[in-house]
Design a protein around this ligand. Structure first.
Ligand SMILES: O=P(O)(O)OC[C@H]1O[C@H](OP(=O)(O)OP(=O)(O)O)[C@H](O)[C@@H]1O
Ligand SMILES: O=c1cc[nH]c(=O)[nH]1
Ligand SMILES: [Mg+2]
Length: 217
């Protein structure tokens, strides 16, 4: 399984990662969402290089141009709710994609432990499709795992690109182990060392869903 980590290279992508981490910039939720969207756009561009392409003749006002263009559209499958701005960024470039949504949230008990609950799924057939499974945070990896298993009820993709912005080392290992024999590629913005006792990524960014959409009760 191939893993690509964007902030290991120098590019403007790293400024967007830095901004979503920065508490002085996190006060602007529109900028937070838009930075996530912009990273989704950059990732879509890089992922598109892996797609099948073929030559196509295009009629211009002055003649015919041959361009090598993508021949297949993905299904973009995102985990609610923090996945929404990343989904939009991917969709801005893969603008003919089909779309799927899975709800996953941490349900806490009195002891402070939590389970991941999946209650909603909306998806086209995934049989033999290229699927982009997106969620900005990959902490323990459980949400990705359960969302993927739920999506399998909608068909078996031929390739899955997991797209995440901030991951923990433990989460990356968990996902790499889970998908080691599968046609899966892991695209990550940055990998952080730690998970704290509440399974938040450290230094991370905090709660991505709350930063994008406000706190919930
Ligand atoms: O890898 P994991 O340990 O499963 O954690 C990552 C999950 O946590 C966040 O969602 P959250 O439960 O905060 O829901 P939200 O998007 O509604 O805020 C995030 O968007 C992932 O889905
Ligand atoms: O660090 C984390 C972990 C899970 N979900 C988040 O939003 N942030
Ligand atoms: Mg959250």
């Amino acid at each position: 399984m191939q893993t690509i980590i964007f902030n290991q290279q120098q590019s403007i992508f790293n400024r967007f990662i830095a901004e979503i981490r920065d508490t002085s910039i996190q006060t602007d939720p529109m900028r937070f969402r838009r930075n996530i969207e912009r990273m989704g756009e950059i990732m879509a561009y890089e992922i598109s290089k892996e797609f099948p392409h073929a030559a196509k003749d295009v009629t211009t006002p002055l003649g015919v141009a041959s361009e090598t263009v993508m021949t297949e559209e993905p299904v973009i499958a995102s985990i609610l709710r923090a996945g929404l701005p990343l989904h939009q960024g991917l969709l801005n470039y893969f603008d003919r994609a089909e779309n799927a949504f899975v709800s996953a949230y941490r349900k806490y008990n009195e002891k402070g432990d939590f389970d991941i609950h999946i209650e909603y799924i909306s998806s086209p057939s995934l049989n033999d499709k290229i699927v982009l499974l997106s969620d900005p945070m990959l902490a323990t990896g459980t949400s990705i795992e359960l969302a993927y298993k739920a999506l399998l009820h909608k068909g078996k993709p031929k390739h899955v690109h997991i797209v995440s912005l901030i991951a923990s080392e433990a989460g990356v290992q968990y996902v790499q182990n889970m998908f080691k024999d599968e046609p899966v590629t892991l695209w990550l913005g940055a990998v952080d060392e730690e998970l704290n006792s509440k399974s938040y990524i450290v230094p991370g960014i905090g709660d991505a869903g709350d930063l994008a959409y406000g706190s919930k009760i």
